[in-house]
Design a protein around this ligand. Structure first.
Ligand SMILES: Nc1ncnc2c1ncn2[C@@H]1O[C@H](COP(=O)(O)OP(=O)(O)OP(=O)(O)O)[C@@H](O)[C@H]1O
Length: 349
């Protein structure tokens, strides 16, 4: 059986400190388009991301900003009309974009696993959990102890007797836990999770998140975790990537982004959910709606909704600028620029 690892402290590419080791996942300039027949929908636009061993990276943003497309592109599970049109994904130094399906299948489950939103869709309804675990084991040329399925079930808090159960015989929370158990069969180096708790009630969600975090700290795997729930990432992720309209608009240590959001969109997201720390504040949403990614706004994509937009925002495309320990794609932070006293435009709600 593969050995377990211990987590090492480190931080991401934009985190401010010097990473302690090579990233296990290096995403560079990754671009994904949906071919819609007319104008392509650029759902992921030149995204960079480094993930180090044992790191928990949260990816947040409103619905439709490209979070799931990014995850599917990283693990090479996109299907038409989506396609990677630029950039690279290296996992442990291996180029996943150039890799054939056979080699990818050998890496999946063993070196990295994927846990999606709905276990009911991911699990085969006509096979018992144990039989699906055996299929995953047998598809790899890897020796695994006979009691490993029972062991991973125990790790996620499910009685191994349920290896005999079919997915429909388990509750939603148990199915998600069973998916996570399956993801742990080979003790992978990284688990990619796309809103794994979104179908659960708040209590089950918390308990599953705590368990994921404990397992991550105990076994040392890295996690890339997509959610629209800021309170989840505030508790569990080390690094935070905020996406808007297919782009990374802010990246940094989670605490730094929460304490001092550098992008007006990050601030809007934070102001839209209740904080358990500090004084009670009225919740404010973000006015307007995310743009159509086939025709994104000119300049800064957030400018039509931004409360502090100024005259350059519709004209100049911002880059990711270093802002203290984080990076933000906002012209307010462009070198040599100063913040105007008043916004120059009305925000549409
Ligand atoms: N099959 C498709 N054809 C065209 N455009 C698509 C298709 N699937 C997704 N998109 C577009 O790609 C963009 C990104 O979608 P994606 O599902 O990755 O966003 P998301 O942030 O994960 O949203 P959610 O939180 O709702 O899952 C959206 O604007 C969406 O309209």
């Amino acid at each position: 059986m593969r050995s377990t690892r211990s987590a090492t402290p480190h931080c991401g590419r934009f985190g401010g400190d010097v990473p302690s080791q090579q990233p296990i996942l290096e995403v560079r300039d990754l671009t994904v388009e949906y071919d819609t027949g007319s104008s392509p929908v650029v759902a992921v636009d030149s995204v960079d991301l480094d993930v180090h061993a044992g790191e928990f990276v949260g990816v947040v943003g409103e619905s439709g900003c490209g979070k799931s497309t990014l995850l599917f592109a990283i693990v090479q599970l996109l299907s038409p009309p989506a396609a990677i049109t630029g950039g690279s994904v290296h996992f442990q130094g291996q180029d996943l974009v150039a890799m054939n399906e056979k080699k990818l299948a050998a890496l999946r489950w063993r070196d990295y696993s994927v846990v999606m939103q709905s276990a009911m869709n991911a699990l085969n309804p006509v096979k018992s959990i144990g039989s699906q675990f055996r299929d995953a084991i047998m598809s790899h040329d890897e020796r695994v102890d006979d009691d490993r399925p029972a062991e991973v079930m125990r790790m996620v808090g499910i009685d191994p007797i349920h290896l005999r159960s079919y997915p429909h015989q388990l509750s939603g929370g148990m199915r998600q836990r069973a998916m996570i158990a399956m993801a742990l069969l080979f003790t992978p180096d990284m688990i990619i999770m796309d809103e794994p708790t979104s179908a659960l009630d708040v209590v089950a969600q918390r308990s599953l998140m705590v368990q994921i975090k404990e397992l991550q700290q105990q076994l040392g795997f890295a996690v890339v975790f997509v959610t629209h729930d800021m309170s989840l990432v505030s508790h569990f992720s080390d690094q935070l990537m905020v996406m808007y309209a297919g782009q990374v608009v802010e990246f940094g240590a989670t605490r730094a982004v929460f304490d001092h959001p550098a992008h007006p969109y990050s601030k809007g997201l934070l102001d839209a959910f209740p904080s358990i720390r500090g004084p009670k504040q009225p919740l404010t949403g973000i006015p307007g709606t995310p743009p159509n990614l086939a025709h994104p706004p000119s300049g800064c994509r957030f400018h039509p909704r931004c409360p502090v937009a100024f005259e350059d925002c519709p004209k100049i495309e911002p880059e990711l600028y270093q802002v203290g320990p984080t990076q933000a794609r906002c012209l307010l932070h462009a070198p040599g620029r100063t913040q105007p006293a008043e916004p120059v435009q009305e925000v549409t709600s």
